[in-house]
Ligand binder design. Sequence first.
Ligand code: FAD
Length: 390
Amino acid sequence: LPVPAPALAYVGVDDLVDDETRDLQAAVREFVDRRIRPHVAAWYEEGHLPARDLARELGDLGVLGMHLDGYGCAGTSATAYGLACFELEAGDSGLRSLVSVQGSLAMYAIWRFGSEEQKQQWLPRMAAGEAIGCFGLTEADFGSDPSGMRTRARRDGGDWVLTGTKMWITNGSIADVAVVWARTDEGIRGFLVPAGAPGLTAPEITRKQSLRASVTSELVLDDVRLPADAMLPGAAGLSGPLSCLNEARFGIVFGALGAAHDCLETTVAYARSRQLFDRPLAAYQATQLKLADMGLELGKGMLLALHLGARKDAGTLDHRQISLGKLNSVREAIAIARECRAILGAAGITLDYPVIRHAANLESVLTYEGTSEVHQLIIGQVLTGHAAFR
Ligand code: FAD
């Protein structure tokens, strides 16, 4: 072990993954170093992400829907997908969100619940990054409790007619296809709404102070008429969209730790070079206590993430176990980002360092894909047998 050692090398997590997975992770890291890091602070400041260009490049890299089989998808292990999310989010949570929504929400919904025609029509183009997808579940009044959604789909002859407004939809205004969840007479069903459908508009949500390098939009459906075959035949009820969220949450278990890792690496390097009084900042006990605690939490979080990955690959992962990882990774990542920001002093409040960008991004990651409280309630129900959601 070299001294100084990177926090995760010290824990020895690399030994827990096979060579193929390590190579794949290294390829994603190389992409992020080359294509994202030099530009992301400017994108963040401008509130912009060149999503269409990036989607094609991410498609070439093979990370869009990478853990799905067939239809042009790479068919990797879940652990490999998680480690790709780690590297992408070390670049920026907005980049990882683009990949999560595309692969785990939009593509997964079509892959799992779509007809053969729907899969053939969308999945190969989405895997290549030629078509972008979004996932419309949340509404302004129904976030943590999507069962109350007001968006409706009614039958009109052989057609479906959708009315309602979705809120906080990642990729909404740039999507070629929106997976929209709506209430019908037969319960909640999913629909594929192509861009340009008459009655569909997607105004972008501006003035965000978090996840600025990511597109977030409303989806306004004003009597959008769709053919009968626009409905996803395999999803009936809320379990459909919730199973997609489980896929994305799994990626976030790893992803949030990627942001934390980037903060810690940046801060260790800074503390080693920053001279305070007559010594490097890293040589003070007070600094080392903080760095040690952060390295410990990062290592523990990574071991839990890899454990969940191994269970997912073995087909033994209970979706409620993902709550352990999502809650822990995001909570600890936010704590690490804030502590790192403080160690950087005044330099930590600028975009010259990635830390405050990660800290602000993680506020969104804390809220989406189930807030911390929602995951605590899931864990609480497992431990007590009592559902305390309402
Ligand atoms: P609320 O549900 O109003 O929660 C407010 C607070 O109440 C939270 O702290 C919450 O933890 C707490 N709370 C909720 N229920 C309970 C309870 N039973 N007991 C105690 N406390 C409780 N949605 C999509 O469908 N698609 C997307 O692509 C998407 N992208 C997003 C991108 C960003 C940047 C953001 C910020 C959100 C996105 N969302 C998306 C929406 C996201 O999933 C919701 O914001 C999330 O579910 C929380 O809903 P809410 O914001 O309405 O908060």
